[in-house]
Design a protein around this ligand. Structure first.
Ligand SMILES: [Fe+2]
Ligand SMILES: [Fe+2]
Length: 482
């Protein structure tokens, strides 16, 4: 039990004993060319021959699981890595609480489990597709490298989910694995499964907001699935979370550096009023009100990923022991939730009010609440940068009712404070809250590539430290001539 050594020699690096599992090995080897085809078609455009200083997972020991080296992305070693099995792990919640964790798919929950894996799997390639044009406008080689790091790891996360499908779900797992390569972000006929993954990521501020807000939804979902009674899913997600931490680092520090550069430029120019937008933009930086609008957009789109506040699916998945709560193992209650309630924010008679719902039905709401609290921590750090530079401005998360397309508040138009607006007023004030065409054009005008080692575009500050402790002028990407 426990750790299987990583086999790094074959086509597919793995610690799941693929060498002894001929059926699954063949299935994955058959899937591999389609994956590479997808990567070449939909992966980072224009940089497939570049040498990128990437982190590759080579083990699952928390102390030394990765190595850094120059790699051409199509030659990245995408592998199947599960966190070590824990001896005698028990199902931690739901109606099977206390029973041995499942090592095989429990027949009665097969369809539900497959659906959870497919939905998670679908998000992984989607974000690569959304971000594929960004390399060309990277504000530095450091940032370009981080983009590609996130991209190859999302590719690995797809491998992680496809392994589970191929290993545990037979013919329908195989079909789902194929379909994951066929859907395309934003495609009108074969879109990705979830709304936020069909939106565009048109510029680098969007990329940082996406990795801050939307990858953080990924973290919450993975945390909930890491609790699963289906042990292979739990182990897969636990290892994915190790990689995911870097994605959120990219988002949080990315926005921090944008905010910092803006405030520094304002200070240098003697501007203290953050609403002197025209003057600030002339400095070649992004004004804070526009950064706020971008945050409003990405936060609200991401909240939709948590689904309906009251959800039978979520209740069923918990009851079955398949998907737990955020850090279920640290919570102190009966972990079954057959009784008890949870306050759910609802639209009642045109007013936003708390309403107690059965705890089991309110699990999406609860995960969303945990998410909002997690988001706030980084926002506080952004605000500290602004305050330290003496600019009177605070970035705020908008009200959860703002700009929603799924759940309670999809039926109404709330402003960022949660005040319900009449439809005409919403239309009129929309660009007070969300980026206008002019805002987008301005941001777009700043998206000029800066590919000289150690140099950064005008609108973003350099990072505090390099990746893998490399010096400031390190050439993170060696761009190929051809
Ligand atoms: Fe991921
Ligand atoms: Fe991610």
């Amino acid at each position: 039990m426990g750790m299987i050594a990583v086999d790094y020699d074959g086509l597919i690096p793995n610690n799941v004993g693929l060498g002894q599992d001929v059926r699954v090995k063949r299935a994955l080897e058959k899937w591999h060319p389609g994956y590479i085809g997808w990567w070449m078609d939909m992966g980072p455009e224009g940089f497939q021959n570049a040498l990128v200083y990437l982190r590759t997972a080579i083990g699952v020991d928390p102390k030394g699981w990765a190595k850094f080296d120059y790699v051409r992305m199509p030659e990245y070693r995408w592998g199947v890595l599960l966190a070590p099995q824990r001896d005698e792990r028990k199902i931690p919640f739901g109606s099977h609480k206390g029973e041995d964790a499942w090592q095989e798919v429990p027949g009665e929950y097969r369809a539900m489990l497959r659906r959870l894996i497919v939905i998670q799997g679908d998000t992984e390639p989607a974000s690569v597709e959304q971000q594929r044009h960004l390399g060309k406008t990277a504000p530095s080689l450091y940032d370009m490298r981080n983009l590609f790091q996130v991209n190859v790891e999302e590719g690995r996360h797809l491998w992680a989910m496809v392994y589970l499908l191929q290993k545990y779900f037979g013919a329908d797992g195989r079909e789902e694995a194929e379909a994951l390569l066929e859907r395309r972000s934003g495609d009108p006929d074969t879109p990705r499964m979830l709304g936020a993954f069909n939106e565009k990521t048109p510029d680098w501020l969007s990329f940082f907001m996406f990795t801050y807000f939307t990858d953080r939804d990924g973290k919450m979902q993975l945390e909930a699935l890491a609790q699963s009674g289906f042990d292979p899913l739990s182990r897969t997600c636990r290892f994915m979370l190790t990689e995911e931490a870097h994605h959120m680092f990219v988002g949080e520090t990315g926005v921090t550096r944008v905010v910092q550069r803006t405030c520094e430029a304002m200070k240098e120019a003697g501007i203290t009023d953050p609403y002197e937008v025209d003057k600030i933009r002339k400095l070649g930086v992004i004004d804070l009100p526009t950064i706020q609008k971008k945050a409003n957009l990405h936060f609200s789109l991401t909240l939709d990923l948590f689904g309906n506040e009251i959800s039978t699916n979520a209740a069923n998945a918990f009851h079955a022991g398949l998907k737990g709560r955020f850090r279920e193992d640290r919570l102190k209650d009966d972990h079954q939730l057959e009784s008890g309630s949870y306050p759910v924010l609802r639209l009642i008679d045109g007013q936003i009010k708390n309403d107690d719902a059965p705890a089991l039905s309110a699990l999406n709401m609860r995960l969303r609440d945990d998410y909002v609290a997690d988001c706030q921590l980084g926002v506080d750090r952004w605000n500290k940068v602004i305050a330290d530079l003496g600019i009177p401005f605070e970035i705020k998360l908008p009200h959860v009712a703002f700009h929603r397309h799924i759940g309670e508040f999809s039926r109404t138009n709330a402003d960022v404070e949660g005040k319900i607006l009449a439809p005409a007023e919403w239309t009129h004030r929309r660009t007070d809250f969300l980026p206008s065409e002019a805002d987008k054009d301005f941001i777009e005008s700043l998206m000029k590539p800066q590919f000289e080692p150690g140099k950064f575009a005008s609108w973003i500050a350099p990072p505090k430290v390099g990746i893998d402790n490399k010096p400031g002028d390190f050439e993170y990407v060696k761009i190929a001539e051809a």
